[in-house]
Design a protein around this ligand. Structure first.
Ligand code: NAD
Ligand code: DAU
Length: 354
């Protein structure tokens, strides 16, 4: 078991990062957490209102590509761990504008690796550079099979290839320079504070507002969904107990076809809003498919379960009901993050998909 005094979390104002910051502060009562985030459209300090006055928490606005800033932060806070989540994370945006993904996901990761390497040269005690990655690096599955940690990389979108590149860099810094690293590759997360460009919050919002529900292609693509707080718990366990240099796949053992998931969301939202059951089904609209749309992702998470004792703590039924309730009760959050430039993005993306 490793122990850390000061952890640099990158991308802590985003969806998963905000849950990770909260989890580390509550599970590790002696640890300081510094959240470095550029506050792009996806980062929002509202996601962390409940911890902002915690004396062990500090927020720094900045870009992970800013080498001088990161070097300064390493000197000021003497980090002994980095949990690296900052990224451009939405596949559709990567198809529209790949360069931002290469800059943040590849160059940003390399900048952090260099900073950790030089700050930790000749140091003693526990150190860990933990890189948070995605199952999308393994490519796309057919109807059968699961991604294991040994599955060869086969990324197929600008997003997944930029994440695969960053995974390779992290392993290269480990093998070449001896940087102590761990990597995890996780399936689709859902839960509170997810930016509503992603499937589940987008559908909840559109059902609420009685807007069309855009299903790409024929809706039979499959994703494995994991509750974000379970992902945050897995990250906490891997950071403190994962073997140096090792990779862990994290998944929910919970595969859904997109169309079935949207039907389930319709059922839950209609029920919560006291509408006639299924009345929002009429909103389903099949639109042009995502370019290069990966068919199926599914994870073999047996390594993290057998070696570290982690498995999901709640069922999808529980998690999805809590998630629908959260978005319906936090309409202000949903409306504030979707005002302004998001509306332009929505019109551009979905105007094109009819
Ligand atoms: P997100 O888009 O919600 O948040 C990303 C955060 O990174 C935002 O707060 C943003 O402001 C920040 N950021 C972006 N560019 C930055 C830069 N150059 N410098 C500093 N901060 C920057 O993403 P998420 O869904 O929370 O994903 C977090 C990480 O987890 C990503 O690395 C992603 O690849 C990975 N991941 C996500 C999922 C998922 O289902 N969402 C699944 C597996 C892995
Ligand atoms: O698998 C992990 C990955 O999951 C993460 O690495 C990514 O950061 C995260 O965005 C997510 O990627 P996906 O592309 O799987 O998620 P998204 O929510 O964008 O889409 C889920 C599925 O729903 C996918 O098959 C595309 C489909 N979809 C999505 C949207 C936004 C639709 O049919 N309609 C939509 O409007």
């Amino acid at each position: 078991m490793r122990n850390f005094n000061a952890i640099l979390v990158t991308g802590g104002a985003g969806f998963i990062g905000s849950h990770v910051v909260r989890k580390l502060l509550s599970n590790r009562p002696k640890t300081k957490v510094v959240n470095l985030d550029a506050l792009t459209y996806a980062g929002n300090l509202e996601n962390l209102r409940d911890v902002e006055s915690n004396p062990r928490y500090t927020f720094v606005k900045g870009d992970i590509q800013d080498a001088a800033l990161i070097e300064r932060l390493f000197v000021e806070y003497t980090f002994d761990a980095v949990v690296h989540l900052a990224a451009e994370s939405h596949v559709d945006r990567s198809i529209e504008n790949p360069m931002a993904f290469l800059e943040t996901n590849i160059l940003g990761t390399a900048t952090l690796l260099n900073a950790a390497r030089s700050a930790w040269a000749n140091s003693t005690g526990d150190r860990c550079f933990y890189h948070i990655s995605t199952d999308e690096v393994y490519g796309s599955l057919g109807a059968k099979g699961l991604f294991t940690e040994e599955t060869p990389y086969d990324p197929r979108s600008p997003y997944s290839s930029s994440k695969a590149s960053s995974d390779h860099l992290v392993r290269a810094w480990h093998h070449t320079y001896g940087l102590p690293v761990v990597i995890s590759n996780c399936s689709n997360n859902y839960g509170a504070y997810q930016f509503p460009e992603k499937l589940i919050p987008l559908m909840i919002r559109n059902i609420r507002d009685e807007r069309p529900l855009p299903i790409y292609g024929d809706g039979i693509n499959v994703r494995d969904w994991l509750w974000v707080e379970d992902h945050a718990s897995a990250i906490d366990v891997i950071l403190h107990e994962g073997a140096e240099g090792r990779t862990y796949n994290i998944g929910g053992l919970n595969e859904w076809k997109n169309i079935d998931l949207v039907h389930e969301l319709i059922r839950l939202v209609d029920m919560a809003l006291k509408r006639t059951e299924g009345s929002s089904r009429k909103l389903i609209t099949f639109v042009k498919d995502r370019a290069g749309h990966d068919f199926r992702y599914a994870i073999d998470a047996s390594r993290i379960e057998s070696e570290l004792g982690w498995k999901p703590s709640i069922t999808f039924e529980q998690g999805l009901a809590a998630t629908v309730e959260w978005y319906l009760n936090n309409g202000e959050w949903l409306d504030s993050v979707t005002s302004g430039t998001y509306q332009q993005y929505y019109d551009t993306m979905y105007g094109n998909r009819g």
